[in-house]
Design a protein around this ligand. Structure first.
Ligand SMILES: [Zn+2]
Length: 317
């Protein structure tokens, strides 16, 4: 039987697609907002990126120039969270994983309970119907002793449910982060990290092995290695993929040639997400429709991918 989601994809009915429950499990909340909402709240109009970037440095430069001034300081970053929750609600996202970087505790006089309570209140006010998975974020360039020190009060709260590692994939070797991932695992957090966006298939495999990851953010480089894809499929490691982001950062040439197809065919569990909705001017709905229109997946396959994100025990393709 054809689901409502499949029918809406075939019809190209974006309004119908928007109201069907979807997950966004790869979302950096300071760049995940809705353009109109951001303009209303901050007076800053963020026109989406309209050319392909060549490096993470260029990306961070673009972010500083266009988005940084909208969400300045601790309270500004909280407006970022608000605009991201608003975007998610408009886009029919019912399950959203995002959260603050542990470094931000230094902006809050190290008062992590107050920071956490502020985020919880924003979620309750803007989108209480969205299942928010509070994430503890780590930047790959930060020394491990700082990450350990900053993350400890987050972990103590027994509130955070996932951990992610992002920013420059080559800043430090992956094994450096073992201690903080062990601490997060001991607290039962779902473990994920960015890997294989700029790096190789081996980098994806190594990140999963060293950090005992449950999921990988991007991980698209795995598509170049049948062995790594088999490893991911056998161990049911989910890849949270962001197709438009991969194109705009020059990692993938086009939607039609996106390696998500190859990963899916190899039995790897994949989801479709936004990464930086405000930067790319997209929502997760647009991502599904773009993959369908580019002929990457059938409507039925996209329905399965949608369901992959709505649970942490997805079915095998
Ligand atoms: Zn990302």
């Amino acid at each position: 039987m054809t689901s409502d989601f499949e029918a809406a994809l075939v019809a190209g009915d974006i309004a119908a697609l928007r109201v069907i429950p979807k997950a966004d499990l790869h979302n950096h909340f300071t760049s995940g907002g809705n353009r109109d909402y951001v303009r209303e709240k901050t007076g800053v109009d963020v026109a989406p990126l309209d050319y392909v970037l060549k490096s993470m440095d260029e990306m961070h430069e673009w972010m500083d120039q266009h988005i940084g001034r909208a969400f300045h300081g601790p309270q500004g970053r909280m407006i970022g969270l608000e605009t991201t929750l608003a975007q998610a609600r408009l886009d029919g996202v019912t399950r959203l994983d995002c959260g603050e970087d542990v470094w931000a505790m230094t902006l809050w006089d190290r008062d992590v309970p107050r920071l956490t309570e502020t985020m919880r209140a924003i979620h309750a006010r803007i989108a209480p119907d969205i299942e928010w998975i509070p994430q503890m974020g780590l930047s790959r360039h930060c020394p491990i002793q700082y990450l350990m020190e900053w993350s400890a009060p987050f972990l103590e709260l027994d509130f955070y449910q996932s951990v992610d590692l992002y920013a420059d994939e080559f800043a430090q070797p992956i094994e450096v982060f073992k201690p903080v991932y062990r601490a997060a695992k001991a607290k039962g957090l779902r473990l994920r990290a960015h890997a294989g966006e700029w790096g190789t298939a081996d980098d994806v495999w190594q990140a999963v092995e060293e950090l005992e990851l449950d999921e990988v953010q991007h991980g698209i480089a795995a598509a170049s290695s049948p062995q790594v894809m088999r490893f991911l499929a056998d161990n049911r490691i989910r890849l949270n993929v962001c197709p438009t982001s991969n194109i705009m950062l020059g990692r993938v040439e086009s939607m039609a040639t996106h390696p998500i197809r190859k990963l899916f065919d190899a039995g790897v569990i994949v989801t479709v997400n936004t990464d930086d909705a405000l930067m790319f001017g997209i929502g997760v709905t647009d991502e599904y429709l773009a993959l369908y229109r580019a002929g990457v997946f059938t409507a039925a396959e996209l329905e399965q991918i949608r369901l992959n994100g709505l649970t942490d025990q997805p079915l095998r393709p």
